[in-house]
Design a protein around this ligand. Structure first.
Ligand code: AP5
Length: 604
């Protein structure tokens, strides 16, 4: 079957190394070598396909820059074991992070990376880092970012953290630290914040004692030591005086806002002013849910719709930074176009690297949607150019094909949206490096333009027209292409009436079956109320090999907008599934939609 459109919200027309326990705070048990910085580079860093900047002059420019070498830019290198849990825990001083981390590690086996513990270990060992850090810590101030960031990066890049997952405690604590992780594309699945009133925090710090032998955290009133022997050896942290705690608290509050804004979509605030087992029960349930969702995602099953999971699936995609806003502003800004070209390119890349050969890209932002009066053929050409040149950079000989005129006699012609396309392709700037005519050739859809030396084919918006069907030409072309990739960019292959006005029924099944044989490697569509193109209600995005992601567009009080992840789907969601996700209805529940969303579903 030809995939049908999505009508509910109408489209725009649509280790081996143990974790550092508090034990490591004390020199007698700490090996500084276990903490030494590793120079190993992060596997998170991917070589990203280069985008060649282009400005639009009738959308076709003369400033195409060819920067990447053939060997770089196309290999997707995202080797994080995404099914491992990645947790960040935060909260004011003495909010109970360390106490909860002990329990989390026992239950989930994550590698606990506590910057406080790492620093205390360096201080105890008298290392250069430790000597620098000591004065800041004892004063209750933050240690300089570069020291802490280098330690965290080194620790995160070690094998155990990659294999078992990690629990980051006490980092990030400043805008710069958040930025450092973002630049490395290191994002947690969930950001847990322990919320405790100030007066309780001060009391907890003043009463806190540490056991230098076991590393256990005690509190003189709340968790007194089990024996007199333990009590006698307990120590107080130098930064636990009332005055220093107040300063630490103030610094925490100054920075909390910035950090929260980065992780707001994966943040879970937990009341930390309860018995520790009660708090842990809540954390355990949250982490288990995230873990289950990650496993489901790995298997391509629907998830619970947990934001953290969506974030994880998307953040594991190279360079993906969320859906850009202002998509109804036409013409799209250069940044927005660049974003989508890159997004399409990476998805296509991954699919080709995985050996897929029959692919389609469907991208329906307003400028690429021929049903809207803001459709721009130049944007389509730019997209084709970015994709084609990137593959050419990798040494592939790419044939870019557009259908010629179809039909006979008075009926000869071509779909309006493609008028002039071939000429534009031939005239447009393909860069100063001689790609056109060598690595990139222009051809027609059909068997005759399939040459032996071609490595792959990009077909520009192949489409049926009333009276004429492109599918036969496509079929002979793909037959001739054999195992070489054929990528359809914005195809429109739905069945249309024959020239006589009578529906062609002969071979219809086969045509539909053929059209459906192309696998989606990229899909993007905005969602609107029926009959309107404003406001945007949400979006659906799929980037191979990840699941379909459903987003809701939200207006913020500041006047800005954002896209909030609602759910993921292994297959393209149908209207009911989209509506259910918008109203927050659990999956597999057959209740009829009500209120405004019920109205929507009835009109779609
Ligand atoms: P760090 O060790 O991270 O200190 P912190 O964030 O101030 O947190 P704490 O360790 O004081 O408290 P916690 O939340 O772990 O609470 P705990 O479980 O122990 O950092 C220390 C210093 O290192 C910083 O000041 C800074 O100088 C430097 N540093 C660290 N990271 C840095 C970074 N990223 N950048 C720059 N500098 C950095 O519990 C506290 C007490 O409460 C205990 O006695 C416990 O028994 C008790 N308690 C716990 N839970 C409960 C409960 N539910 N009910 C009753 N009592 C409880």
């Amino acid at each position: 079957m030809v995939p049908t459109s999505l009508p509910p919200l109408r489209s725009s027309n649509v280790s081996s190394t143990p974790s550092l326990s508090p034990l490591s705070s004390f020199s007698m048990y700490t090996s500084s070598s276990s903490l030494s910085s590793s120079s190993s580079s992060f596997c998170f860093l991917s070589s990203k396909p280069s985008y060649r900047p282009c400005s639009l002059r009738v959308n076709i420019n003369k400033t195409h820059l060819r920067t990447s070498s053939k060997s770089k830019g196309l290999k997707v290198n995202c080797s994080v074991k995404s099914e491992q849990l990645k947790v960040m825990i935060s909260g004011a001083p003495a909010s109970g992070k360390g106490t909860q981390c002990e329990l989390i590690v026992q239950k989930f086996g994550l590698v606990h990376i506590s910057t406080g513990d790492l620093l205390r270990a360096e201080v105890s060992s008298g290392t250069e880092i430790g000597n620098k850090a000591k004065e800041y810590m004892n004063a209750g101030r933050l240690v300089p970012d570069e020291i802490v960031t280098a330690m965290v990066k080194a620790r995160l890049s070690r094998e155990d953290a990659k294999e078992k997952g990690w629990l980051l405690d006490g980092y990030s604590r400043s805008a710069t630290q958040v930025q450092s992780l973002e630049e490395l594309k290191i994002r947690p699945d969930i950001y847990v914040v322990l919320d405790v009133p100030d007066e309780t925090l001060i009391d907890r710090c003043i009463g806190r004692r540490l056991d230098p032998v076991t590393g256990k955290i005690y509190h003189l009133k709340n968790f007194p030591p089990e024996t007199e022997e333990i009590r006698e050896r307990l120590v107080t942290r130098p930064d636990d005086s009332e005055e220093k705690v107040k300063l630490r608290l103030e610094i925490y509050k100054q920075n909390a806002e910035t950090i929260l804004s980065t992780y707001s979509n994966i943040m879970k605030k937990i009341d930390g002013n309860r018995p520790k087992d009660e708090i842990f029960a809540e954390i355990e349930s949250l982490l288990s849910e995230v873990q289950k969702d990650k496993e489901k995602l790995k298997l391509g099953k629907p998830t619970s719709g947990n934001d953290s999971l969506l974030n994880q699936s998307s953040s594991s995609q190279d360079n993906w930074r969320g859906i850009p806003t202002r998509l109804n502003n036409i013409p799209h800004s250069r940044e927005i176009r660049k974003y989508f070209y890159n997004d399409v390119l990476q998805a296509t890349q991954r699919a080709i690297n995985d050996g897929r050969t029959r692919l389609k890209v469907e991208i329906n932002i307003p400028e690429l949607n021929p049903e809207m009066d803001v459709y721009r053929i130049g944007t389509l050409m730019e997209l084709v150019r970015v994709v084609a040149l990137s593959f050419a950079d990798d040494g592939k000989r790419v044939k870019v094909c557009v259908q010629g005129s179809m039909g006979e006699g008075a009926l000869v012609g071509m779909p309006l949206q493609l008028a002039g396309t071939r000429a534009i392709l031939e005239f447009m700037d393909w860069g100063d490096y001689g790609a056109i005519g060598t690595f990139i050739k222009i051809g027609s859809i059909g068997a005759k333009d399939v040459d032996e030396q071609d490595d792959m084919f990009i077909l520009v918006a192949p489409q049926n027209a009333v009276g004429n069907c492109i599918i036969d030409d496509l079929r002979v072309m793909t037959d001739a292409a054999g195992k070489r990739p054929v990528i359809l960019i914005n195809p429109r292959l739905k069945d249309l009436p024959g020239s006589s006005g009578i529906m062609q029924t002969m071979g219809r099944d086969k045509r539909l079956e053929y059209a459906a044989s192309f696998e989606s490697c990229y899909f993007f569509r905005l969602l609107y109320y029926a009959g309107t193109q404003y406001p945007i209600m949400g979006a659906i995005r799929m980037s191979y090999p990840y699941p379909y992601e459903l987003y809701k567009r939200v207006d913020e009080p500041s006047g800005k907008e954002k896209y909030v992840a609602l759910s993921t789907f292994p297959k393209r969601p149908n209207p009911d599934e989209i509506n259910d996700a918008f109203i927050g209805k659990p999956r597999n529940q057959t209740k009829k939609a009500s209120g405004i969303w019920g109205f929507l579903s009835s009109i779609f």
